[in-house]
Design a protein around this ligand. Structure first.
Ligand code: F6P
Length: 532
């Protein structure tokens, strides 16, 4: 399956793709979903390469698997579960049947309960001991934190509710810093945990409970829970009226569309939250219905597969020229790397091509003054993914936004064009001569021919954010199907958790280090002597 693509790459890999860019290519190698544009013309993919990539979709049955996912089939085979986060945004798409039961009435009822609670928090009908809620603290980690934290920041211009804080790390510095700025009598604590067993979250939740208990008589009344484990939320003392449940067919990193999005909903209001869901639903519809050559999630996945599995570029930089998306790279790290960072296929056989790439990034223009040096002149090629809005939210500073856009476009152009030795020499002529001119010029050469894609949209509204996140979710799905892996489990996080539990008594000095390797034992010893 991969041979034809690799052969094609061997033939075209060294050409300068800039030479492909005639007038027609920009239109041919781009696609639109609603008013969002994906441009992948600045890559070395040509019509032959693209046709071979489309063959991958046919050979691995992506269309049938996509339909199976939307229909509630148990495609998460290692956990025996359906994968139905799409149902959470299926606002008017009709029934979704799992094991013979239409899940939509319950999904919509929970959404209505969330909206009623969010509205009450926002207008003061739900209050703390000291009055109207001024601060909401979401305590969760991984998918129970990254999604709502990223989206709440991204939609800051729409934020008209109480202040929202996100605590995730078991490092006490995280929660202590947040609690310091809050009044316990007007704070709502939301404990977000699908399993309600995650050690970081439960530890922080108990710390918050103790903090609140110093001032507030009925702490339980100022706690809410987002979880699939109703028995455990009850044991923690949270009244069922403030527990928002969801089913096990919602994966943690795909869960922000439902109860895990409660803090976002409180921040921006139920209407804006529904607009966010509608953006995702529009992308769902697009993914289900658009032909592959117009299908943004499929195209984005295939471009990624070309760069990673075919060209061998192991990482991908996500570079939002949209400061509101500064947490997007962190969010995508979980979405993509926890989903497609797998070494075996669905049958348990070793993958014959690399797993999903290392995803990393920072917003532009900040990154330009940090790591872009390596992207432009380092010896490894880093495919880049730019995101940019036509308009910001600061109408009076639009000229400044235009400068941001110019920087974004300049980077993808510079990565593609580069600057050869002659051009570098010409720039320095007059300043240096002879061998020194050559030596200095070589430092100023840009190899160019470095690929990038650009995702452009009118403005980062709730609807557009929903489109973007859903686009990435389905990209992960397509990549996972092509690789033949299960994108919906995460066994790779378990071993570290087990060893941490076993190491806690060792760190505390209750148990000795005799069962530990020499390095771990020495580190424990150092930290104990230093006061741990
Ligand atoms: O450890 C990984 C993980 O299971 C993620 O997949 C998940 O998003 C996170 O932990 C938090 O899990 P929970 O919501 O159950 O606390």
């Amino acid at each position: 399956m991969w041979n034809d693509l690799k052969k094609h790459h061997a033939q075209v890999g060294h050409r300068r793709f800039e030479t492909l860019l005639d007038g027609a290519r920009a239109a041919d190698f781009s696609a639109q979903a609603g008013d969002m544009l994906l441009d992948y013309a600045k890559t070395n993919i040509d019509a032959t390469g693209r046709a071979l990539l489309f063959d991958l979709l046919a050979q691995t049955g992506v269309a049938a698997k996509r339909d199976a996912m939307f229909a509630g089939a148990p495609i998460n085979e290692t956990e025996g579960r359906a994968v139905l986060h799409t149902a959470l945004r299926n606002l008017d798409g009709g029934p979704v049947v799992v094991d013979g039961v239409d899940v939509m009435p319950e999904v919509l009822q929970t959404l209505d309960r969330m909206a009623a609670f969010a509205a009450a928090v926002r207008d003061g009908r739900f209050a703390g001991q000291g009055g109207k809620i001024t601060d909401v603290i979401n305590i969760g980690i991984g998918g129970s934190d990254l999604g709502p934290a990223m989206a709440t920041l991204a939609l800051a211009p729409y934020h008209d509710g109480p202040r929202c804080h996100f605590v995730s790390n078991v490092d006490p510095a995280d929660i202590a810093g947040v609690l310091r700025g809050c009044d316990p009598t007007t704070t709502l604590v939301i404990v977000a945990s699908k399993t309600f067993t995650t050690i970081e979250t439960m530890t922080n939740a108990r710390t918050a409970q103790a903090w609140m208990g110093q001032t507030v008589r009925d702490t339980g009344a100022q706690f809410a829970a987002l979880s699939t484990a109703a028995d455990k939320t009850a044991d923690f003392g949270i009244d069922p009226s403030r527990v928002f449940g969801f089913a096990d067919w919602v994966g943690g990193r795909y869960s922000m569309w439902g109860p895990i999005g409660l803090s976002l909903m409180i921040a921006i209001g139920p209407d804006a939250f529904r607009a966010f869901l509608r953006g995702a639903q529009a992308m769902d519809v697009h993914f289900k219905s658009a032909a592959w050559h117009e299908n943004l999630p499929a195209l984005l996945a295939l471009v990624g597969i070309w760069h990673n599995q075919v060209c061998g570029h192991a990482t991908r930089a996500v570079l939002p020229y949209d400061n509101l998306l500064s947490r997007l790279p962190a969010y995508l790290q979980q979405l993509e790397m926890e989903s497609n960072g797998k070494g075996v296929n669905m049958d348990g056989a070793d993958l014959t091509v690399p797993s999903g790439p290392v995803v990393w990034g920072e917003p532009g223009t900040n990154g330009q003054h940090a790591f872009y040096q390596l992207i432009h002149q380092g010896t490894r090629v880093v495919p880049c993914e730019f995101l940019v809005a036509a308009r910001g939210h600061e109408d009076d500073l639009h000229h400044q936004h235009q400068l941001l856009v110019a920087n974004c476009l300049a980077q993808s152009e510079a990565l593609m064009r580069g600057r050869d030795l002659n051009a570098a020499r010409a720039k320095l002529a007059g300043k240096f001569t002879g061998a020194e001119l050559d030596r200095q010029a070589r430092h100023r050469v840009f190899p160019g021919n470095r690929p990038s894609v650009t995702i452009a949209y009118p403005q980062l509204t709730p609807f557009v954010l929903g489109q973007i996140i859903c686009l990435y979710e389905h990209r992960v799905f397509v990549e996972g199907v092509v690789l033949g892996i299960n994108s919906y489990d995460q066994w790779g996080v378990e071993l570290g958790k087990e060893l941490a539990t076993a190491l806690q008594p060792v760190v505390e000095g209750v148990q000795g280090t005799q069962d530990k390797d020499g390095s771990t034992a020495a580190l424990v010893g150092f930290l104990q002597r230093a006061g741990v």
